[in-house]
Design a protein around this ligand. Structure first.
Ligand code: 5GP
Ligand code: MG
Length: 185
C-alpha cells in the first residue's frame, strides 16, 4: 500500500474488512448473480456515491448483459447519523418498465433509503427487482427492505472506506474501517 493511503488508514480505529476479504466476497456475489440472472439483460440501479467501488467491482465480474443507471440518494448529509429524510436525485429518462432490475447500495442501515427507492422502482412495473448491498447493519430497521444478498453483516457502527465517506472523506480507502473518534485531523 502506498504511504499516502497508509497515512489515511491511521485515521481508522480499526480495519473491519481488508481489501482481500472484500474482493473475495464481491467475487462470490457476482458468481451468484451470474447463475441467478443467466439469460437476462440486467438493468442496474446503483446508488451513488457510496456504492461506487462496490458497483464497479461487482459489475466487472458479471457475465450477463448489463445496463446501468446511477442515482444519488442522501440521508446523512455528511454526518454519522441518518436525518430520517431521504433525498433522491432521480434522473430523467429512466424507464424501468418490464426490466429485470438489480438495485445496488453500499449499506442497509435503517432501510429508509432502499425502501423509498424500491417503491419508486416498483411503481414503474419492472419485470423483476433484486436488491443487493455490500454491508447490512445488525440493527432494527425503520422500514422492511426485501434483500436478496448482502456481502457482510456488520455491527451498528459507522464505517468508512471502499466508497463510503465521513464528511466527504475516506472514500478512497481500499479497506472498510471504523473511524478513530479522536480523528480525523
Ligand atoms: P438507511 O437509509 O438504510 O438508514 O441508510 C442507508 C444509507 O446511509 C447508505 O446508503 C449509506 O449511504 C449511508 N450509511 C449508513 N450507514 C453508514 C455508515 O456506517 N457509513 C457511511 N459512510 N454511510 C452510511
Ligand atoms: Mg448511500
Amino acid at each position: 500500500m502506498s504511504s499516502s493511503v497508509t497515512g489515511v488508514i491511521h485515521d481508522l480505529e480499526r480495519i473491519l474488512l481488508s481489501p482481500e476479504e472484500i474482493h473475495t466476497r464481491v467475487q462470490a456475489m457476482a458468481a451468484r448473480l451470474n447463475v441467478e440472472l443467466a439469460g437476462k439483460v440486467v438493468t442496474v440501479v446503483a446508488l451513488m456515491d457510496g456504492a461506487l467501488f462496490f458497483v464497479a467491482d461487482l459489475l466487472r465480474q458479471l457475465e450477463i448483459p448489463v445496463r446501468m443507471h446511477t442515482l444519488s440518494a442522501s440521508s446523512y448529509q455528511g454526518g454519522t447519523a441518518t436525518t430520517g429524510e431521504v433525498k433522491v436525485n432521480w434522473p430523467a429518462g429512466v424507464d424501468l418498465r418490464g426490466q429485470d432490475v438489480l438495485l445496488l447500495d453500499d449499506i442497509l442501515d435503517t432501510g429508509l433509503t432502499l425502501s423509498v427507492i424500491s417503491e419508486r422502482i416498483l411503481a414503474q412495473q419492472p419485470a423483476s427487482l433484486r436488491t443487493c448491498v455490500l454491508l447490512s447493519k445488525r440493527r432494527q430497521r425503520l422500514r422492511d427492505v426485501p434483500l436478496d444478498d448482502a456481502g457482510f453483516e456488520i455491527d451498528d457502527e459507522f464505517v468508512v472506506g471502499y466508497g463510503m465517506d465521513y464528511m466527504g472523506r475516506f472514500r478512497n480507502l481500499p479497506c472498510i474501517g471504523i473511524l478513530n473518534p479522536n480523528k480525523p485531523s
